[in-house]
Design a protein around this ligand. Structure first.
Ligand SMILES: [Zn+2]
Length: 343
């Protein structure tokens, strides 16, 4: 195992790294003529350096860096001083050595899971309206199923090489645990990622509330993304690695959310309102080990919007919007080998 070999080196390197920790090189300055692109998120004090299609994720004051989202390396910790990032010569040398490696396999999206919210005995949000003199109940579970099936069809046609999986394709009840199990049961290659896209519809006591929004899991919820056996039960190492991997998934989730938001805006922006991208700590897929987003397509509690959500033409447009967003993410993700930028 690559991981274990690297971890076995850590004890030796931890000591050595301490001896060279002279952080006297301004990273941003240095990056200008070295072909590196630096992405920095001041909130989480973490960043990514990209070069030659490789990505190195780092964090202020942390010796451990993550390489291409799958391997780790111990080097000198970058240091934030007077709002400037400083690194040591060793940090730069180690990074360069990594950036100059040939990548073995391209990183790609191996599977896309589409989760139609609710189903069976759980209708989700619903509201009855009089349409052409008849009482019609518009139910979340029907809308989410229609959109999910159309989305799966589009994705299957566009990406025959990827697994496109629906958590349900009939009016069936699924517990959250069952949805998560389906998600975590997807088998993909070592360099492949799984995307989880959950489709829902909103409801509010305020009948004027309307619009679509995309949620991602906030970094506040630390999922256990790494298998503990991978670090031989080292609790500190496990926590640090897990936090870094988690951040990676969060960044990717924010990226998908942004792309889907843009896609929806282009298709249904004139008929509905963009309510933006939101972060939440509770989440339908909080136990799934993958980048994931949840889309709320609109409000059934708003009569005008409920009628749109009951309209096949509108749902087709919304589906196209989601599809375009996912496609844009895949293009970005696969071209950049699993990299996601923080901007
Ligand atoms: Zn729902």
């Amino acid at each position: 195992m690559k991981l274990k070999k690297i971890i076995s080196l850590i004890n030796i390197l931890l000591f050595a790294a301490g001896l060279f920790a002279a952080n006297d090189i301004a990273l941003l300055e240095k990056s200008k003529n070295s072909g590196m692109t630096i992405y920095w998120d001041s909130l989480s004090e973490s960043g990514i350096i990209e070069k030659n299609g490789h990505q190195l994720s780092f964090r202020n004051g942390e010796r451990m860096v993550l390489l291409d989202s799958i391997r780790m390396m111990i080097t000198d910790a970058p240091e934030l001083r007077d709002n400037q990032l400083y690194v040591s010569k060793k940090f730069l040398d180690d990074s360069e050595e990594f950036f100059n490696q040939k990548s073995e396999l391209p990183f790609k999206v191996g599977a896309i899971l589409i989760d139609a919210g609710h189903g069976g005995k759980d209708p989700g949000a619903l509201k009855t309206y009089k349409i052409n003199g008849k009482n019609v109940t518009i139910q979340e579970k029907d809308i989410t199923l229609k959109v999910s099936k159309m989305l799966a069809e589009r994705l299957k046609a566009a990406y025959p090489g990827k697994q496109i999986i629906l958590t349900r394709n009939t009016d069936k009840f699924l517990t959250l645990g069952e949805r998560t199990d389906i998600a975590n049961g997807v088998k993909v290659g070592e360099n492949e990622a799984v995307l989880f896209i959950s489709v829902h519809v909103n409801s509010s006591l305020n009948k004027t509330s309307s619009g679509y929004e995309v949620w991602y899991l906030s970094p506040g919820y630390r999922r256990n993304v790494l298998d503990k056996s991978a670090v031989d039960g080292d609790e500190n190492l496990y926590t640090a690695l897990n936090a870094m991997l988690e951040e990676e998934y969060t960044t990717e989730s924010i990226m998908i959310a942004k792309f889907i938001m843009d896609g929806l805006q282009a298709q249904i922006g004139k008929e509905s309102t963009a309510r933006g991208i939101k972060a939440e700590e509770w989440f339908v897929v909080r136990n799934s080990n993958m980048p994931s987003v949840l889309i709320e397509l609109g409000f059934v509690s708003n009569e005008k919007e409920a009628l749109l959500l009951n309209d096949e033409r509108y749902l087709k447009k919304a589906t196209l919007g989601i599809y375009n967003g996912i496609a844009a993410f895949i293009t970005h993700f696969e071209r950049s080998q699993g990299f996601t930028s923080i901007k």
